[in-house]
Design a protein around this ligand. Structure first.
Ligand code: ATP
Length: 462
């Protein structure tokens, strides 16, 4: 019980820090918000961009066998017919008979679902409270599960007719299949190779919630890695390792990550192996990322439906085949939440985000000891301008230095530099042009020459 309370407190603390410090705000707040929509503020967008650019660097720039694309968000609806999304991309939904509130419910007999239905009845419909003593009575107040399609529909063009109906993509993946041939011919890559994409996806989720964990508009980072069927096990292992490595490098606590092997009956019918990487979020162990072997299902479907030949001819062996696919997939928003949960630290009076320097919104903050001493401000400004050429630097001259440290700790800035009277040479030549550099995690300070700062920070920050 105590643990549960601690965890819900942690979630509240993270949500509140995100709002207070400008990581994530409720969307459209001045109009009363829009349920479960969130806006990333000045610090949130920096963290999110760091996550995405590190991913791109590791998986596209630093590999010979990968290229990227950035496809249109709205695709020809035939794509979604071919992929099966229009007929199958749905979640089971149940509805309260009394108020018609809807719930996503994979198994209405599971203890989790029963608890949720029970909670709903007792909180919202106290008149049935005394009835709720068995599953049968709970079940009677809800409809049987029916499939609800999660595709978000809209119309293109000036007429709202079904002929113009299009869909916001529910995943970025399909564009990599649809563009396969174009990428192959223009990039001159050979199988095995992969296509990567980062972008928004939309799903009309039945029960969005848990802050940025499940929203109707979110961002994905996906890779479709094309292979010959014979190598699938080897490449599956390779990508499993790569995903673990990436998580460690961005500061996701691997002790909180669980690799869950998805059983045959729970896997998509075309997948021969799927692993969910689940994370101990404060609200429970839930999916963070996924890894699937999708066979040649996608390219075969698109070949059949489009009439285009999507086969690949091996230049060495002359063999012609439809490539098979390993798909590692990441949610950007869930990555950010897992990073924040992993980084959140309390240490006596101090709250700090122990972010990896590569992820931190600001790499360093620069302060003049006193804001009303022009010489200090001028010198600090020089350092600020010097460092800004290479990294994102914060400037703070409000209040006292202690308060500024506290504020930078809370947003995860790894280093703070203070310009004081010693810097100006008031205690003699030896300390002239030196500053204090304070480390976020140890709260220790050391004195360093201004001329050495850049190299020091570059080495620490990477
Ligand atoms: P879930 O079971 O949680 O609904 P899923 O299995 O449908 O997720 P995928 O289709 O595998 O998810 O999507 C790939 C990744 O996209 C997920 O691992 C997750 O990180 C992210 N993702 C999926 N749906 C959402 C959402 N509604 N909000 C935020 N991120 C999401």
């Amino acid at each position: 019980m105590e643990k549960k309370q601690e965890k819900s407190d942690l979630m509240e603390k993270i949500v509140s820090l995100c709002k207070r410090r400008g990581f994530v705000f409720p969307g459209s707040e001045i109009y009363g918000g829009l349920a479960n929509s969130w806006d990333y503020g000045p610090l949130g967008v920096e963290l999110k961009n760091n996550i995405k650019s590190y991913w791109w660097k590791k998986f596209v720039h630093q590999r010979d066998d990968m290229v990227g694309i950035d496809a249109a968000l709205i695709m020809n609806p035939k794509v979604w017919e071919a992929s099966g999304h229009l007929s199958n991309f749905s979640d089971p939904l149940i509805e309260c008979e009394k108020c018609h509130e809807r719930f996503r419910c994979d198994d209405p007999h599971s203890p989790e679902a029963t608890q949720e239905m029970f909670d709903h009845l007792t909180k919202k419909h106290s008149d049935v409270k005394h009835l709720v003593s068995s599953f049968k009575l709970i079940g009677e107040n809800f409809t049987k599960p029916k499939q609800f399609n999660l595709m978000l529909k809209t119309f293109l063009g000036p007429a709202e007719e079904s002929v113009n109906t299009v869909y916001f993509r529910p995943e970025t993946a399909q564009a990599m299949f649809v563009d396969f041939k174009n990428v192959l011919t223009t990039s001159r890559k050979q199988v095995p190779f992969g296509i990567a994409q980062i972008g928004k996806a939309f799903r009309n989720e039945i029960t969005p919630g848990n802050f940025i964990f499940r929203t109707r508009e979110f961002e994905q980072m996906e890779i479709e890695y094309f292979i010959h069927e014979s190598g699938w096990q080897e490449f599956f292992e390779h990508w499993k390792e790569q995903m673990n490595e990436w998580m460690r490098e961005v500061g996701i606590n691997l002790d909180l990550v669980h690799e869950v092997e998805i059983s045959e009956e729970d896997r998509a019918f075309y997948s021969k192996r799927t692993i969910d990487f689940e994370f101990d979020f404060p609200f429970g162990q839930k999916e963070l990322f996924g890894l699937a072997y999708r066979t040649d299902y996608d390219l075969s479907r698109h070949q059949k439906e489009s009439g285009e030949n999507l086969a690949y001819k091996d230049p060495q062996t002359g063999e012609e085949f439809i490539p098979h696919v390993i798909e590692p997939t990441w949610g950007v928003d869930r990555a950010m939440l897992a990073i924040l949960v992993s980084a959140y630290q309390e240490d006596g009076e101090r709250v700090y985000l122990k972010l990896k320097p590569s992820m931190a919104p600001y790499k360093v903050a620069v302060f003049p000891l006193l804001a009303n001493k022009p010489q200090l401000v001028e010198k600090a400004r020089e350092i600020y301008d010097l460092l800004r050429k290479d990294m994102n630097v914060a400037w703070d001259d409000r209040g006292n230095v202690g308060k500024r440290y506290y504020a930078q700790d809370e947003i995860g800035t790894p280093y703070c530099i203070t310009v004081d009277f010693d810097t100006l040479g008031e205690k003699g030549e030896e300390l002239k042009d030196t500053v204090t550099v304070r480390d976020r995690d140890t709260a220790k300070q050391e004195r360093m020459k201004i001329g050495e700062l850049k190299a020091y920070l570059k080495e620490k920050i990477g």
